[in-house]
Write a protein that binds this ligand. Structure first.
Ligand SMILES: Nc1ncnc2c1ncn2[C@@H]1O[C@H](COP(=O)(O)OP(=O)(O)OP(=O)(O)O)[C@@H](O)[C@H]1O
Ligand SMILES: [Mg+2]
Length: 444
């Protein structure tokens, strides 16, 4: 369906891809994973033709159509929602524009040309494009009154859904998505998981969301140190099997047949668990066909995120009593929230309205006041807070060491060696600074 051959990409001295060869076949769903900055978005842009590789080729089977959901959610701000969706079918949209242009400048000469284009337009089911696009938008929860609103004026959470509709429009043969679950709420992610798990064409998706990858993927491709390897199975299978293979590699004295037996047992156990799961789809059944050769160690390194408490907490962690909050416009966000958390509890806070979750966290972190109710943190606890909008933290172009030092509490933590060690555990390179990339700050 789609393949790349001898693909190399280099930005300045940095080699992102080195002689990558990979084929994507019909009906499979490929999860592309890799650390931040490994080159996942660049790879998708090369597949879609937006970026040219330094060398190598991309080959899409003739007559097949590819569509892409990009990581940049502001690219269509000047267009209306419905028009944005129709633009997802690029060949169809191009013909539509050409017909409109010829009509605007109508003459006997271009009448024939219009006739020809209209035949092609009809073959592509073009007359139904607007109604198909409207149905897709409505299925994704975009109210009809928003269908002709400019993308710039649509709430960012809804905007992602419009872009999703754009990517899905006209059932492309290859659907490419860059971090589709970012900014989506829980219900829409579930909808997308079901949709993609049953999608009959090829899907190539970049995501950092393991649950999402596990639900939809038949294959995982890991970008690491300029290479891309393709593995059968979903994310958990890739992770656990590559860890097992790495452990086996270290066990020099273990016999080859013992290792093979251990791998075979691992595959059987894993496949049985998947088959039992409620969501088992035809895609997941492919896991039955896994072979020992599919299992290879990965050279991937992981950040070590270690929570160390200053002191052992007591039993009482947090007590919330009748908490209520409203938005600035006076909409009720939540009320009568009563929660009592004890040691060891872990809670996920979800809401259809992200203003509600943000307000809840801001109140608990004394960034705003509740309309009603109260809360108390246990006297033995201390808290740390990562807000969803953290742009205010990154306004300077300090080195990471200087930036992190502002939170040091002790002399030891202020030391460069200590901070470097801390950053090293999170896999930051020695010379990392913050630099602006598009609308976000990244360590580079
Ligand atoms: N046009 C460009 N010129 C120079 N460097 C670039 C260009 N595009 C991307 N890069 C660099 O290439 C690297 C890979 O970027 P890319 O956006 O593909 O990473 P990614 O794997 O998608 O990361 P993330 O998980 O953060 O989205 C980054 O270091 C980025 O700064
Ligand atoms: Mg990216």
């Amino acid at each position: 369906m789609l393949s790349v051959s001898n693909l190399s990409v280099q930005f300045g001295k940095r080699v992102l891809f080195d002689e990558v060869n990979i084929s994507f076949t019909q009906g499979n769903c490929y999860g592309i994973i890799g650390a931040n900055g490994a080159g996942k978005s660049t790879f998708l842009k090369i597949l879609s033709g937006e970026v040219d590789p330094t060398s190598g080729q991309v080959h899409l089977e003739p007559g097949k159509r590819m569509s892409i959901l990009e990581q940049d959610h502001n690219a269509y701000d000047e267009f209306g929602a419905l028009e944005t969706v129709v633009m997802g079918n690029r060949p169809l949209f191009a013909i539509k524009k050409e017909i409109d242009g010829l009509y605007a400048d109508y003459s006997d000469e271009n009448a024939d040309k219009i006739g020809e284009l209209q035949v092609r337009f009809e073959e592509m089911n073009g007359w139904n494009a607007d109604s198909d696009a409207a149905a897709l938008l409505s299925n994704l929860g975009i109210a009809e009154e928003l269908h002709h609103t400019a993308m710039a004026d649509i709430d960012p959470k809804l905007k992602v859904r419009v872009l999703l509709a754009q990517a899905l429009f006209g059932s492309p043969d290859v659907l490419i998505m860059d971090e589709p679950t970012n900014d989506l709420d829980y219900d829409t992610i579930s909808w997308l998981e079901h949709f993609l798990a049953d999608y009959e064409n090829t899907v190539i998706v970049v995501s950092h969301d393991r649950h999402f990858l596990d639900t939809i993927c038949t294959h995982i491709s890991d970008i690491d140190f300029g290479k891309m390897n393709l593995y059968s199975g979903n994310y958990t299978f890739w992770y656990q099997s590559s860890q097992l293979a790495s452990r086996q590699r270290a066990q020099q004295n273990k016999k080859a047949e013992e290792k093979a037996k251990e791998l075979q047992e691992f595959i059987s156990r894993f496949s049985a668990n998947v088959a039992k799961s409620k969501q088992a789809t035809s895609r997941k059944k492919m896991l039955d066909k896994l072979k020992i050769e599919d299992i290879r160690p990965s050279s991937r390194r992981y950040p070590a995120i270690i929570f160390e408490r200053e002191r052992e907490a007591g039993d009482q962690i947090l007590n919330i009593d009748g908490l209520a909050a409203s938005s600035e416009d006076g909409d009720l966000l939540f009320s009568k929230v009563n929660i009592n958390l004890s040691k060891g509890d872990k809670v996920a806070v979800i809401s259809k309205d992200s203003r509600a979750t943000s307000a809840f966290y801001e109140i608990l972190n004394s960034k705003r006041r509740a309309d009603q109710g109260s809360f108390q943190w246990g006297v033995t606890t201390n808290q740390s807070y990562l807000p969803s909008d953290n742009t205010n933290y990154f306004t300077s172009n300090d080195s990471l060491v200087d930036w992190l030092r502002q939170w040091a509490k002790t002399e030891e933590e202020r030391e460069e060696v200590y901070i470097r060690g801390f950053l090293g555990k999170m896999l930051f390179r020695k010379s990392a600074r913050f630099c602006q990339e598009g609308r976000k700050f990244v360590a580079c």
